[in-house]
Design a protein around this ligand. Sequence first.
Ligand code: G6P
Length: 454
Amino acid sequence: MASQVLVAANRGPLSYDLSADGTLDARRGGGGLVSGLSAALAQQPDALWICAALSDGDREAVRRGVSEPGVRMLDIDPAVYDDAYNGIANSVLWFTHHHLYDSPRTPVFDARFREQWQSYTAYNQAFAEALAHEAAEGARVLVQDYHLALVPGALRELRPDLRIAHFTHTPWAAPEFLDMLPGDVREQLVQGMLGADVVGFHTTAWADSFRAGARPDEERTRVAVFPLGVDADELRALAHRPEVDEKLAGLREEVAGRKTVVRVDRTELSKNILRGLLAYRELLTVHPEWRGEVVHLASAYPSRQDLEAYRSYTAAVRELADEVNAEFGTPDWQPVLVSVQDDFSRSLAAYRMADVALVNPVRDGMNLVAKEIPVVSEAGCALVLSTGAGAYEELREQALTVNPYDVSATAEALHAALAMPAAERADRTKRLAAAATALPPSAWFEAQLTALSR
Ligand code: G6P
């Protein structure tokens, strides 16, 4: 049966691992897109989510006809997929939108880049064709993220009857960074996006960057802001499951009554984990009164390990954490506890015991963690938040805000956050939680459907 509401995203709600004995184990991937969409689509039983097979396990699932209801995985040729996902989406487009290039060396747009761009085009075309095939007459289609920037334009060609929205979960590059792309590629990217009726972003800052670079005719393509928030009831229920209680008991034992500075991220270059550790080191140097009194719980679970830049970043995070522990640690106090496991229950347990939440990305579409921790923290937490996070727009007034490059200012903000009186912390946390839950996933999704109905 053809669908009235369709979502297209590179990542699906679940991905499968193929074990040696041939069984398939489903697991949920990290990141804001999956959290937000999974929560929103739980309220949309008839919607169809089209995603890519990410792994051999996923390809095997497609072959065996294993899938979640309401999900269709596309089995794209692995070499094409690798070029599109690792080569273009996560290298070129991610680095462009997050301003991560190190310009003396990168980017390099050469013959290999052109091959990868061909693959990216083919991968986007495969999504457009699948959507065209599955969509009912006049259906509404919500295309997600930089992986699928060419889909709106390609789908418009195939099915002019459809109403198409594109939503970007990342920042949008400032014009001078978009201009680093070869001219024809930049043009294809912009024209692909402009095939949509509505182009959505988390914040006005990213919407304005898009306007400045793409110069849309807003009679044809509306640019709109839908700041994704969290569902307080659902998140609190998740955070109070028995397995989280168990992890919490374990963490409490390790922390032994000390204060906590909590961060939870994919090990991701844009999250600025290294400068966060440098700031914590400076805190312990400049404010020695915190030695032995605080533990930094840093959960940095692996991400995109096919890319060398991510592998070396992950190694650098571990090394720096080890250095801080070697410099300050004592037999009964380990200053930093790094966890590199993708363990959602442990993260929720850390949220519950957070006294301070550290969210200091250099540039980040939203950063849902900044919204989740205040909702779940038990005694109330002070939020140290960088100006580069999308969440800054909504949370700035109740957070301690920092320039993400200013390590000394971040150290001072950590000090102020740790020293904040309990009553002020509780009061700010209440306001942070209210702002964080203003547009929960189901309302965020509905707002986009409504924008398409106009
Ligand atoms: C960001 C992107 C998402 C992506 C997530 C995790 O939040 O906006 O589209 O799913 O990172 O990255 P991954 O490459 O593992 O899907």
